[in-house]
Design a protein around this ligand. Structure first.
Ligand SMILES: [Zn+2]
Length: 83
């Protein structure tokens, strides 16, 4: 839970819209072309929970707590495998 909370906080602390535009993902999100990397449901600005890096790819997840927890777990595993 603490890890999921820290992801959410990181997203809310930054200017998410600006980050998404920089990554070229904002337009795709608005058009409904992006899906949650965990559960696969379509993402909108309303249900976007956060984003994380998987290797060099940016993955977006929805705001379901299960997805945020899973994303946090993947981030943790990535860090371990790189160390
Ligand atoms: Zn999801």
């Amino acid at each position: 839970m603490a890890k999921a909370a820290s992801i959410v906080k990181a997203i809310h602390d930054s200017d998410l819209e600006k980050v998404l535009k920089k990554l070229g993902l904002y337009e795709r999100l608005v058009r409904g072309e992006l899906k949650c990397a965990i559960c696969g449901r379509p993402l909108t600005l309303e249900n976007l929970g956060g984003l994380y890096h998987d290797n060099d790819e940016v993955k977006l997840v929805c705001n379901r707590i299960e997805c945020l927890v899973d994303a946090a777990e993947r981030v943790r595993r990535n860090r371990i495998s790189r160390a």
